[in-house]
Every structure is written in structure tokens, then in C-alpha cells.
Design a protein around this ligand. Structure first.
Ligand code: ADP
Length: 703
């Protein structure tokens, strides 16, 4: 330790550094402190102590806070040193004064010791407003009288610590191993945007797959209309250049290329940017490039540059991780998708191993169809469940499929199931190969077509029946047409023949020889047969009219009782011949709107049948009127009709007696029913075999 003597002031040489001589040489008379020789001892002591301190220290003395600092502090002063030795605090630090002044007042007024930790104190040390952080203490300095005359500030600059801490924090957040939900570019950008003091903006240029060119992608802080900016093509070119060469590029004039508003917390424009490839050491090619906006408040030094390189590397790792997650999610999704299809398909899907043809998988529909669970089935072969014959069949088809390299289509195969009995399946079988092209599995898809087959067969049967019915119907129509034509053709000569017989008979009646009489008798018989034949022809004509819907009904007001009287009169001769006594039970008059000719036809038919099937017995005819209808009953006491025949005798050509016993063609009742129905009425029979029959006709009075 050596004593250095300046007139009136003695400084210890120990630790006074470069600032000791400077302080001594300084002209203090121009300051409020006055020449050094007049300084109070207390100040001299404080200065001595301050110069000896290893950390940055400064003394502010007097009302206007004139500053005296040590070597370490001269670094903090930057270009202000040594100009501002002896300046007032306010002159020297106009940018820091508003931040610090209130703390200084607490020291000078209250005598407090103020400790400020890691505070941002922007300083202009290198020609720009720099982002600096300090930890400092202010302590009061007293004069000889014990009055606070000044203060001592001990300062530690923590800018480097703070920068490296926050940069590390950001890099950690970018890393895919942290709690980042996903490493999508959006999430990565959010992390970058959370550190706007280092990353003023970020802009990605990515490519979607190798062959596609680099594309402008997401970004923040540089506006969202980059592609419309004047320097966009140059910007793009720089990006593509870095992508192609892998060499980072600095952009000095980014504000000219892509004008953009500054983002918080700084309001200076960002002028400098760097284009970096997004690439990690493990990656063969880069994912694209990122352009980082460099802070105007920080020196773009080695640390800053390597931090940005690290960030670009982390981005590459994050993006790769994200792609991997997406890829595995896609695979997982594809697997789930296929699985869902297999499980929900309504057809049986089974898989067997190609070597032993043992089941390795079966879906839900398969379990239901076979009545076997997958646990029961897997690891077993067809021979464990099906008859030898069935298992042989299935195995033979499996082997053919495995040998053929084609899909085998088995349109129908029968299978005995546990719960559903015999089922018919339509099965397709296909070989699944391993990576070496060797058959690994056999997959079968079987549709249960049992019901479909049944339906097809029923449908076929039904169609055949339909065709047969249609053909029968056609034959009937043809027959009806034939009958109609034949009847017409027969009617004309028949009428002429009857007339000729009538004339001949009249002529021959005059001749009385026995031979003539015999001949006349023969003629009468023939005439009767001819009449029957004419009746048949007439009936056939009526039937064909009825079937063709051409039965003409001409209604007029008539009295049924009158018609009954007329019919009975017409039949007098036949009644006599049949030896039938007729009883009429008629109301005085039963009037209604009916076709008189047709109603007469109905009554004639019923009365003729009563005489034919009840000859020798009495016949009763009843006619009465009920609320809205007229009732006619024709009752005989003849052979009667069996129950089972009572409906069908109203159909065409239906008879309940033999031809030999009773002549006839089974058409009379059919025509009768058609006429009654055409009037809106009904006809039925009440009868018992051997006990006579009653035919009941009901006619609406007006229809
Ligand atoms: P047809 O008398 O010419 O055979 P119908 O159509 O008039 O034809 O009668 C059909 C069948 O109904 C007859 O063959 C007969 O078996 C039965 N039938 C009709 N009327 C009577 C009746 N009054 N008594 C018994 N059977 C009858």
C-alpha cells in the first residue's frame, strides 16, 4: 500500500486504478464541489473507499449530485466516460434519471439503504438505446456533521445473466420434451412470440414435402401482408437462398423490404434480421427457414447469434417431433378406422394364419353367425367346429385361395352353425402377404344369404304361379271369345231351323196316318232338344257378356209380383209336366226399379231349377218387401244341395249333380247371380241334402 499525496487530498494507491489519477486531474472548481483541496474530509474518505471497491461504484455528492466513479463503473459509463466525470447525475443519465431519481430521494431524504435487484435501466452506451439490467444498492453518505450529503451506489450489471436466463427459458420451452401440447408451428411461434425482447419477429418459410418449393408460412410481428410488401420477392429470394445453401443470411434493411410496425415492449423499428435454416444435426434436410427480427436494443454479438441458431435448431426438432406425432396419430387413426370397419361390417370377417389355417381373428358379425366367441375360435381350425365334410370343403377353398394369388368367390356354401342351424353363405377369400411377398394370412368375408335365397325362391315360385294364372286367364278369355263367336254363329241357323220345324209340323198335323203321327212325335222330341240347345247357346252368350262386363241392365219401375205371375203363367206347361204344385205367397205389390226382362230371367231360372231338381213336389214362391229391399224366395222340396257345394254352384260350369242324372251345363245360377249383383242385390241358398232348397234373392228397391 502506498500513499499518493495530492495537495490536501491523500489517496491510497491500493485499488485506485485508472480513475484515481483522473479524479485528481479533474478541474472540480467548475462543479458545485469546488476545488479538491477544499473538499471535506468525509468526501475524501468516501472517494478513497469507493476507489478501493472491486465492483462498480459511484458517489453522488452535493445538492446537484455530482458524480465520482471508479474503474469498474467507467465500463457502465460507456462513451460517457470520462466526459461525465464530475457531471451531475441528471446531466449524465437523462434516460435513467426518471427511473432512479425516486430511489435516490429515499436515500438522501430518509437515509434509507435502497437495494434494487435486476432492474432494467436502458442505457445508451454503444450508440443505441441498450437493454441493460442492473442490481444496485444506494447508501447514504454523511459529512463530518453527520448530515447526509451524498450517496454511494454500488452497481452490478446483470444484463448477460438475464439475457442468458430468458434465452435458455425460451429454448427449453421450444424443446418437444417440455409441456408444449404439440410442436405445431403455431405453438412454436407462440413460444417465440413470448420473448419479444430477443425475437422481434419470426417468419417461417416451409415446404410441404420434398418436391414442393419453399412457401411463405406462419409468422408473427412482421405484419400479415408480407407477400404484398415491396421487397417481398427479395425477401423470398433470401429465404430460398438460405434454404438451398444452408448458409445464414443477415438482412440489414428489413424495414425497407417489409415495412412493419414495431411490437411491444420497444417502439424502435427492427432494422436487422437473420435468415436461418430450420435444421437440426440429426436431420438430413432442413424443414425450411426462419427469419428472426433482431432486437434494436441489443448488440448482435456472438451470444445473441448462437442463441438464434439454437432456436432454429429447436424449431427443427420440434417440427420433426410434431410430424412424427402426426404420423403416428395418422397410423393409429387408420388402424382404428380399419378396426371399426371390420367390427361393424354386417358380414362375417375372419382371418386365418396361412400355414395352419387356424383362426387368428373374427369380427362381431362372425361371432353372432357361428355362435362362437372369438376366444373359443382363435387358435383353432375348421376341424374343431365343423363336420369333416364341411371342414374339408372350407380347407380346400382356403388352399386354392392361398395358391392362386386371386380373390376366390364362393357364391354359395352351406354351414352348420351352433345357434342358427344351416345357413347359406356367399364367401370371398383372399390371401394377405407379408413384406417378403409370402402368404401370411387368409382373410374371408362371408355374407349370410340364407334369407335372400329363401326370398328368391319364394319369389320364383310366386312368379311361376302368377304366370300360370295369367296363362289360365288368357285361355279362359280365348275360350269365352270362342264361345261367344260360336254361339252367335249357331244362333242364326238355329232360329231358322226351329221355324222350319214349326212350319213342317203344322203342315203334317193335317195328315193322320200312324206313320205321320210317329214322325211328328220324333219331331217334337227333336224340337225340345233343339230348344235346350238354343237355351245353352243363349246362356253361353249371357256368360260371355257377363264376363266382358257387357251385361246390360235397363231399369224401370216395375212390380215384382206382376212379373212372378207372368213367369208362372209361362211355365204352366212345364209345371204340369214336372208334376209340381205351385204356391204363391206374394204381397199385393212390391214395386222397385229393376230391369223387367232380366228379373224375369232370374225368376225363370230359379223356377226351372226348382222343377228340375224337385219334380213331383210342391214349389213355393214368396215375394215381400222389407225396409229398402224386396225379397224373393223360391222354395222346393227336391234333392237339396250339400253344404260344401252351396257356394260354388254360383260359379260358371259348377254343378253338384251328375250329368247323367240331370242335364244341364252349370250356367243358370252363374247368370242369375250376375244379374242380381248388377242390380246391387244378393243371392244365396239355404238347403240340406235330400230336404229341398230355398233360393233367396234380395234386391234393393232403388239402386
Ligand atoms: P244346371 O242346373 O244347368 O246344372 P245351374 O247353374 O242352374 O246349372 O245350377 C248349378 C247346380 O246347382 C246344378 O247342377 C245343381 O247341382 C245345383 N242346383 C241348382 N238348383 C238346385 C235346386 N233347386 N235343387 C238342388 N240343386 C240345385
Amino acid at each position: 500500500m502506498k500513499d499518493t499525496t495530492i495537495p490536501g487530498v491523500s489517496f491510497h494507491s491500493f485499488g485506485e486504478g485508472k480513475m484515481g489519477p483522473l479524479i485528481r486531474a479533474h478541474d472540480w472548481s467548475k462543479t458545485s464541489l469546488g476545488p479538491m483541496k477544499d473538499w471535506p474530509n468525509s468526501l475524501k474518505t468516501h472517494v478513497n473507499m469507493m476507489l478501493a471497491l472491486p465492483s462498480a461504484a459511484i458517489i453522488f455528492w452535493g445538492e446537484d449530485q455530482v458524480q465520482i466513479y471508479n474503474d469498474a463503473y467507467s465500463v457502465i459509463m460507456g462513451p460517457r466516460h470520462p466526459r461525465h466525470l464530475g457531471s451531475t447525475f441528471q446531466e449524465c443519465w437523462p434516460e435513467a434519471y426518471p427511473i432512479i431519481d425516486h430511489w435516490m430521494k429515499r436515500v438522501t431524504i430518509n437515509g434509507e439503504v435502497v437495494i434494487v435487484d435486476r432492474s432494467l435501466i436502458p442505457l445508451t452506451r454503444h450508440g443505441f438505446n441498450e437493454e441493460c439490467y442492473f442490481t444496485f444498492t444506494f447508501s447514504p453518505l454523511r459529512n463530518e456533521e453527520g448530515k447526509i450529503e451524498g450517496l454511494l451506489q454500488l452497481v452490478t450489471e446483470v444484463t448477460d445473466t438475464i439475457l442468458s436466463e430468458r434465452r435458455l427459458d425460451m429454448l427449453r420451452k421450444l424443446s418437444p420434451s417440455t409441456d408444449l401440447e404439440s410442436c405445431s408451428t403455431t405453438n412454436l411461434l407462440d413460444v417465440l412470440a413470448s420473448n419479444p425482447r430477443d425475437i422481434r419477429f419470426a417468419q417461417f418459410f416451409l415446404h410441404n414435402g420434398a418436391p414442393s418449393p419453399l412457401q411463405l408460412a406462419e409468422g408473427f410481428g412482421i405484419g400479415n401482408q408480407i407477400n404484398k410488401a415491396p421487397g417481398y420477392s427479395e425477401f423470398m429470394m433470401l429465404a430460398r437462398d438460405t434454404y438451398a445453401s444452408g448458409v445464414p443470411r443477415e438482412i440489414k434493411n428489413i424495414q425497407n423490404l417489409i415495412p412493419h410496425a414495431p411490437i411491444e415492449p420497444w417502439d424502435e423499428p427492427t432494422t436487422q434480421a437473420i435468415v436461418l435454416p430450420i435444421r437440426s444435426n440429426d436431420l438430413a434436410s432442413s424443414k425450411g427457414v426462419v427469419v428472426f427480427g433482431i432486437s434494436p436494443r441489443l448488440k448482435f454479438d456472438k451470444n445473441y447469434y448462437s442463441f438464434l441458431l439454437d432456436a432454429a435448431r429447436e424449431l427443427a426438432i420440434g417440427m420433426e417431433a410434431d410430424e412424427q406425432i402426426n404420423r403416428s396419430m395418422k397410423t393409429r387413426k387408420a388402424y382404428d378406422f380399419v378396426n371399426a370397419i371390420i367390427e361393424n361390417v354386417p358380414h362375417m370377417i375372419f382371418i386365418k394364419d396361412a400355414k395352419e389355417l387356424k383362426f387368428t381373428r373374427i369380427n362381431r358379425a362372425g361371432e353372432e353367425l357361428l355362435g362362437l366367441t372369438r376366444d373359443e375360435l382363435c387358435g383353432k381350425s375348421d376341424y374343431d367346429f365343423f363336420s369333416k365334410e364341411e371342414a374339408d370343403f372350407f380347407t380346400e377353398k382356403d388352399r386354392t385361395t392361398l395358391a392362386s394369388h386371386k380373390i376366390l368367390d364362393i357364391p354359395e356354401e352351406k354351414i352348420q352353425t351352433r345357434l342358427k342351424g344351416t345357413r347359406i353363405l356367399h364367401t370371398k377369400k383372399v390371401t394377405l402377404y407379408d413384406e417378403n411377398g409370402q402368404p401370411e394370412f387368409l382373410m374371408g368375408i362371408s355374407e349370410d344369404i340364407t334369407e335372400k335365397k329363401q326370398f328368391e325362391e319364394d319369389h320364383k315360385k310366386l312368379s311361376q304361379e302368377k304366370i300360370a294364372r295369367a296363362e289360365a286367364e288368357k285361355a279362359l278369355i280365348l275360350r269365352d271369345e270362342f264361345i261367344s263367336i260360336a254361339a252367335h254363329e249357331l244362333n242364326t241357323p238355329l232360329t231358322a231351323l226351329k221355324m222350319q220345324i214349326y212350319l213342317i209340323r203344322n203342315f203334317m198335323v193335317e195328315m193322320e196316318s200312324e206313320r205321320t203321327q210317329k214322325f211328328l212325335e220324333m219331331m217334337r222330341n227333336s224340337e225340345e232338344k233343339l230348344n235346350q240347345f238354343a237355351k245353352l247357346v243363349e246362356n253361353l252368350l249371357e256368360v260371355s257378356r257377363a264376363r266382358a262386363g257387357k251385361l246390360i241392365i235397363e231399369k224401370t219401375e216395375i212390380d215384382l209380383c206382376e212379373i212372378i205371375h207372368r213367369v208362372c203363367k209361362n211355365c204352366e206347361h212345364e209345371l204340369l209336366k214336372a208334376k209340381c204344385r205351385l204356391e204363391l205367397h206374394l204381397e199385393t205389390s212390391v214395386k222397385g226399379y229393376w230391369d223387367p226382362v232380366r228379373i224375369e230371367q232370374v225368376l225363370t231360372n230359379l223356377l226351372s231349377n226348382a222343377m228340375k231338381y224337385g219334380s213331383g213336389k210342391s214349389i213355393e214362391i214368396v215375394c215381400k218387401r222389407e225396409i229398402n229391399r224386396a225379397i224373393i224366395m223360391v222354395k222346393d222340396h227336391g234333392i237339396g244341395i250339400a253344404k260344401e257345394d252351396q257356394d260354388r254352384i254360383f260359379n260358371r260350369f259348377e254343378r253338384a249333380v251328375s250329368m247323367r242324372a240331370f242335364g244341364g251345363f252349370g250356367l243358370g245360377l252363374y247368370i242369375t247371380k250376375q244379374i242380381v249383383n248388377a242390380h246391387g242385390g244378393e243371392i244365396r241358398v239355404e238347403s240340406e241334402l235330400g230336404r229341398g232348397s230355398t233360393f233367396i234373392v234380395e234386391l234393393p228397391l232403388k239402386s
